[in-house]
Design a protein around this ligand. Structure first.
Ligand code: NAG
Ligand code: NAG
Ligand code: NAG
Length: 376
């Protein structure tokens, strides 16, 4: 609600600004970048086959290196290339990059979402950067059966104009090997604070990366995400694999519009460090469910509070949605307590037997218990 009204205000303000001074540029509002889905094609005179020849040939973008413009239905060897949105995507070959400048609000946090697919068997990575930040995202594990996944990455704007750069630092024998990229969008983030209703920030996961209205596979929050620049504000993603950010338009979500699906088994965890008072009793509550995405079976979500306290929450998933509430009481032994969730097992979708899936966690709340002895 808060966000909606704020955005509403922003929109009104923007409209007023536009009416008053049409030619003055305004900072970006959530959604795709200009030609972010590459539907505006380069002129054929600027192409040789699929290879883009000039740095400014793709409208709104500047490219460097071996970049190909790929149309849906095009073949690579025996493989039919699928494009997630519309009919075009780009491929970044060896050391190739694409970039676009964007007006933003200095000091604000933004999350970038884009779709990527691996095209050759090698381990592919992408370097996403908005100076002075950069992050290397592995495009190695494929989570969805059609080969395309959406990834999120966040940055803080330290200038009012930023340059968004996607670079394939790889060097393969075949220069055409490299990730396909499509649909690049941005969303301003409003990092939430802890309140007297909840000591966990963003416990309902409502604040986070842009999710494409037209993609049904959610957004991966990559591993090794720190909480100061997280596309899932206040949360960190630890260990080797990603977690998936899902929305109620495409999945079952226990509470609100967004939640987290733990798709990486014990190899991925989401965590947050909260302030606690030594000796005080706290109660952590959360929802465990399934996303209604054919992810069936006996699931277990493990929740941790500090180093000692843990609970394993079993959940029988029929893959059709649903959830239960669970809790963990603990006495804080430190002024900072790490809250963490992971899935004990790996799961695969029963419809394609190829996509990783898992239990959903949502609505995480932490409060101190006033009269610990009176409560059971
Ligand atoms: C960014 O703002 C500058 C002026 O402040 C303007 O010239 C430019 O067109 C804007 N760029 C975009 C992509 O809106
Ligand atoms: C990623 O890109 C940034 C900015 O261009 C650069 O400083 C960094 O070295 C790159 N990292 C890798 C692994 O290529
Ligand atoms: C989503 O798909 C519909 C129908 O295919 C299309 O009309 C619409 O433009 C798409 N929206 C976006 C944001 O791409």
């Amino acid at each position: 609600m808060q966000r909606e009204s704020r955005i509403g205000g922003l929109t009104v303000l923007t409209v007023l600004l536009c009416v008053a001074t049409w030619h003055i540029a305004f900072a970006f509002i959530d959604g795709p970048l200009e030609n972010g889905n590459f539907e505006q094609a380069p002129k054929s005179s600027n192409m040789k086959g699929t290879v883009v020849l000039k740095p400014h040939a793709i409208p709104k973008w500047e490219i460097s290196g071996f970049v190909e413009y790929i149309k849906a239905g095009q073949k690579q060897g025996d493989m039919l290339l699928v494009v997630p949105e519309g009919y075009a995507a780009v491929r970044l070959g060896n050391e190739a990059s694409i970039k676009q400048r964007l007006n933003v609000t200095k000091g604000m946090y933004y999350s970038l979402t884009f779709s990527a697919a691996r095209t050759c068997a090698q381990e592919e990575i992408l370097n996403v950067s908005v100076a002075p930040d950069s992050g290397v995202l592995p495009i190695q594990t494929v989570y969805s059966s059609n080969g395309w996944d959406s990834y999120a990455w966040a940055f803080r704007a330290i200038y009012s104009v930023v340059e968004i750069l996607l670079h394939n630092p790889g060097v393969e024998e075949d220069p055409a090997c490299g990730p396909l990229i499509d649909s690049i969008a941005i969303r301003a983030l409003y990092p939430p604070k802890a309140t007297n209703q909840n000591l966990v920030k963003n416990g309902d996961f409502e604040e986070g990366a842009y999710i494409f209205p037209n993609t049904s596979w959610g957004v991966l929050i990559p591993p090794n995400i720190e909480d100061d620049n997280s596309p899932l504000p206040a949360w960190m993603v630890e260990s080797l694999k990603a977690v998936k950010y899902i929305d109620s338009d495409h999945f079952s979500v226990p509470h609100g519009k967004r939640a987290i699906e733990l798709v990486g088994g014990k190899e991925s965890a989401i965590a947050q460090v909260v302030r606690t008072i030594v000796g005080k009793t706290y109660r952590l509550t959360f929802a465990v469910g399934d996303a209604s995405n054919f992810c069936k079976g006996s699931m277990i979500v493990e929740a941790f509070a500090g180093g000692r306290d843990t609970v394993k929450v079993p959940y029988e998933s029929k893959g059709t949605g649903g959830y239960k509430l669970a809790g963990l009481r603990f006495v804080a032994v430190s002024i900072r307590t790490r809250i963490m969730f992971l899935s004990t097992y790996y799961h695969m979708r029963s419809d394609d037997l190829a996509s990783l899936c898992g239990p959903v966690v949502d609505d995480v709340k932490l409060l101190s218990v006033r009269n610990p002895k009176r409560l059971v």
